[in-house]
Design a protein around this ligand. Structure first.
Ligand code: HEM
Ligand SMILES: *[C@@H]1O[C@H](CO)[C@@H](O)[C@H](O)[C@H]1NC(C)=O
Length: 326
């Protein structure tokens, strides 16, 4: 009897000790690997790229819309394609005002790529929407003239999408606010500047910068100001009015965005501030003078962005339809 008790106590003690030594696993981030699907869906990269090429040939909006979609996905609940979920009660991320301007072409690009992937019998329902979005994003960048890189894969799709979780940078942010928000995700100022270079493609609705036009913000170059005032005569009356984020080469993924900033031709306040603030000007000048330096910093930062909040089978799933939780 006493021996039994002793054994029990020993057992309990070792059990408690084992708990102390190895705490129960929290929902760990996924272990990502560029070769994750090598045996599961060997033709994955070609299937995604084919769909992306087709979408880009149909509309110039596909590339910028997809790149922005990836950013907005990763910053809210991690890179888990939660941005694509449609909830019947309307409480989903994409209906939050900060996401409402995301263009349909980005969602359509991912859905087309998902259909292409699922059309391969070896791949059907085995590749996450989050990974397809990450691959499609790399492809729109490289097919627009930007860098290419191996995309880390193995994310699961999230099951939660709440508009109330959406916190994204504002175009009126100053450098400290930009660094604060990107820093909260473990991204450096250099990452933040390189990622802002995503504004080398695409457009912005006038409502996001008209406060810089009337009266004219002195950091906007006079010629550019005139041009923008013509594009956005009365933004409140014309919600469809827009301007390109990189007026020099709006469809080309290049470093013209940074050369624009040097000339007072950044469209958003959050763009121009990167040159105007002496703490970030050096990096802008480096990226403006050396496109390879920009490309390599962009690839590094995109890879880090792609690791945010990734899900596993514990807290995620492989969504059959990217728009709905299984
Ligand atoms: C640094 C903070 C950022 C702010 C304040 C910001 C803000 C904005 C705003 C206001 C627009 C215009 C949206 C519209 O009119 O529909 C826009 C567009 C865009 N953003 Fe950002 N953004 C930021 C960072 C990023 C990052 C990190 C990326 C990707 C790496 C990105 C990619 C894009 C793209 C590609 C567009 C054009 C979308 C299109 O033409 O459909 N942005 N952004
Ligand atoms: C430009 O940047 C690349 C990549 O960081 C670097 O290898 C190269 O030496 C730089 N070129 C010049 C002219 O500074």
């Amino acid at each position: 009897m006493i021996r039994m008790e002793k054994r029990l106590r020993l057992f309990l003690l070792s059990f408690i000790l084992s708990l102390l030594v190895s705490p129960p696993p929290k929902a760990a981030a996924a272990q990502l690997d560029p070769n994750y699907y090598a045996n599961i869906c060997p033709n994955l990269e070609n299937l995604v790229r084919g769909a992306v090429v087709k979408m880009m040939s149909q509309t110039p909006v596909a590339a910028p819309a997809t790149l922005r979609l990836f950013f907005h996905d990763c910053f809210v609940m991690g890179c888990d394609a939660s941005i694509m979920i449609i909830s019947s009660d309307g409480s989903d991320e994409w209906r939050n005002p900060a996401d409402f301007s995301l263009k349909a072409e980005g969602f359509e690009t991912v859905l087309a790529a998902k259909a292409a992937v699922d059309g391969d019998l070896q791949c059907t329902n085995k590749v996450s929407c989050a990974d397809i979005l990450a691959l499609a994003t790399r492809d729109v960048v490289s097919l627009s003239g930007g860098p290419t890189w191996p995309v880390e894969l193995g994310r699961y799709d999230g099951k939660v999408s709440l508009g109330s979780d959406v916190v994204l940078p504002s175009p009126d942010f100053n450098l400290d606010q930009l660094n604060g928000m990107f820093g909260s995700f473990g991204l450096t100022q250099t990452d933040m500047i390189a990622l802002s270079g995503g504004h080398t493609i695409g457009a912005s609705s006038c409502m996001f910068f008209y406060n810089r036009l009337y009266p004219g913000d002195p950091t906007v170059s006079p010629g550019f100001l005139l041009q923008l005032q013509q594009s956005c005569p009365n933004p409140l009356l014309d919600p469809n009015a827009f301007a390109f984020l990189d007026a020099a080469t709006p469809l080309q993924f290049d470093n013209a965005y940074f050369r624009n900033l040097q000339q007072g031709m950044g469209l958003l306040n959050s763009d121009q501030v990167l040159f105007n603030d002496p703490r970030s000007q050096g990096t802008v000048n480096l990226f403006a003078s050396n496109q390879s330096a920009f490309f390599s910093a962009f690839v590094d930062a995109m890879t880090r962005l792609g690791r945010l909040g990734t899900k596993t089978a514990v807290d995620g799933e492989i969504r059959r339809d990217c728009r709905f939780v299984n």
